[in-house]
Design a binder for this molecule. Structure first.
Ligand code: PMP
Length: 420
């Protein structure tokens, strides 16, 4: 584009932005939360019928049952790819379980460890980027050094991962959201999962934190298939390598679902040796209500199709509006995920913070730029996370149209400045 054309584009974008600000919007696309309609669709989970007893007659109102209700574990075992006897059902939050796994490993040796992680000089985790800010928050809280690794369309860059873990015994873990990743919607390829399971690590106690938060959250009729990480780890001689997490936060209620932890038999024994001191058992009544509502794996899938019908139009709107507003301009690229909760928007280098600031000034709240990277620092300042599930469709449309205006303004001003 000539300088004159670019100047005209900037001028148009400025006028559009002024018009946007004048609308006085108040919209929020910051966090991946279920919408009130999604929550309503799960209201069946509130009711409890019959006696509060498990299939084997245990009175669920009382203490006990640290492993969680077998019936709810059976519903989720197949989708989380964990044998039911190695899958525990816990409280409402899988993030809590990830946090606890880190703390238990810091304070007590994981199977295969020579020392507690708290005693490891330079303790580090690999963090595929862009990634989930709350994973990074756990590392930051406990002083675990974060080493970013780029994501590719197949998952983390495995050449980089293999090189790093082979050379440094202080690297003890990697954060993975293997299906419909947060924020770019990537599904790890079979080859990526195989390499993660098979790679040689300098640390004998290396752990994959396999956060399968979006295991059943498909937006299309052809659900993504993920290789079985626990089985592959075992086949490759590293049976204790993976910690699997999941929850029903975005299936039933985000604040009152059921969370799951799955792993090898030795890791499960280790986990229970810690949790037995922490609790006399989870909320089994909530777990029973989930069993009555979801019934079985097919009931779970049926419910997810209901939720997908509510969510899909919002993701379609994001893609349609971004294509109409920014397609072919070279000012942005974005993901069109087949599941999960997020769209990742890439803007020209050095523009993401300014786009988010401009959107905020126009009343559109977006996840802070940088949140997708360790320490909140996206070195090229390019990634913006869009979370379209919570607002209703007209609000999503207004917010994305406004966001696209901000991208046009900031990116074309940058291009003009670069040319000057
Ligand atoms: N993992 C990922 C990848 C997520 O996106 C989220 C929610 N945004 C969570 C975990 C939180 O899970 P929970 O509600 O089970 O704590």
């Amino acid at each position: 584009m000539s300088v004159d054309e670019l100047t005209a584009q900037v001028e148009r974008a400025r006028q559009d932005y002024e018009a946007l600000v004048a609308k006085g919007l108040k919209l929020d696309l910051t966090r991946g939360k279920p919408s009130p309609k999604q929550l309503d669709a799960a209201n069946g989970v509130l009711g409890l019928s019959g006696d509060p007893v498990s299939a084997d007659g245990t009175d669920l109102r009382n203490y006990g049952g640290l492993n969680g209700l077998p019936e709810v574990r059976a519903i989720f075992a197949e989708d989380l790819q964990v044998p039911v006897e190695q899958l525990l059902a816990a409280g409402n939050s899988s993030l809590e379980l990830m946090h606890d796994a880190v703390v238990f490993a810091l304070l007590g040796k994981v199977p295969g460890a020579e020392t507690r992680w708290a005693d490891v000089e330079g303790l580090s985790f690999l963090c595929p980027v862009p990634g989930y800010d709350r994973h990074f928050g756990i590392c930051e809280r406990y002083g675990i050094k974060m080493i970013p690794v780029p994501m590719t369309p197949e998952g983390p860059d495995m050449d980089a991962v293999e090189r790093l873990v082979a050379g440094d015994a202080a690297i003890k873990g990697i954060w993975c959201v293997p299906k419909y990743s947060n924020p770019d919607g990537t599904v790890y390829s079979d080859e990526t999962v195989r390499r993660l399971a098979a790679m040689e690590t300098a640390a004998p106690d290396f752990r994959i934190f396999w956060d399968n938060a979006y295991a059943v959250h498909h937006l299309t009729d052809s659900p993504a298939q993920l290789a079985d990480v626990l089985a592959l780890c075992a086949e490759n001689g590293h049976p204790d390598r993976a910690f699997v997490f999941g929850s029903s936060s975005k299936i039933t209620f985000a604040g009152a679902g059921v969370a799951f932890f799955g792993s090898s038999p030795d890791n499960i024994t280790w986990w229970l040796s810690h949790t037995v001191k922490r609790s006399i058992g989870p909320d089994k009544i909530n777990q029973l209500r989930h069993v009555q509502f979801l019934r079985d794996a097919e009931g779970l899938h049926e419910h997810m199709r209901t939720l997908a019908d509510l969510i899909r139009p919002k993701f379609d709107a994001v893609d349609k509006i971004l294509t109409a507003e920014l397609g072919g301009t070279g000012l942005a690229s974005w993901t069109a995920p087949a599941g999960g909760y997020f769209v990742s928007l890439q803007v020209p280098e050095g523009c993401a913070r300014e786009v988010v600031a401009k959107a905020k000034a126009a009343g559109i709240a977006i996840t802070p730029a940088g949140a997708t990277h360790p320490y909140g620092d996206d070195p090229t300042d390019q990634t913006i996370r869009i979370a379209p599930t919570y607002p209703e469709l007209p609000e999503v449309e207004a917010a994305i149209t406004g966001l696209a205006t901000c991208v046009r303004l900031v990116a074309s001003e940058k291009l003009l400045a670069d040319q000057a």
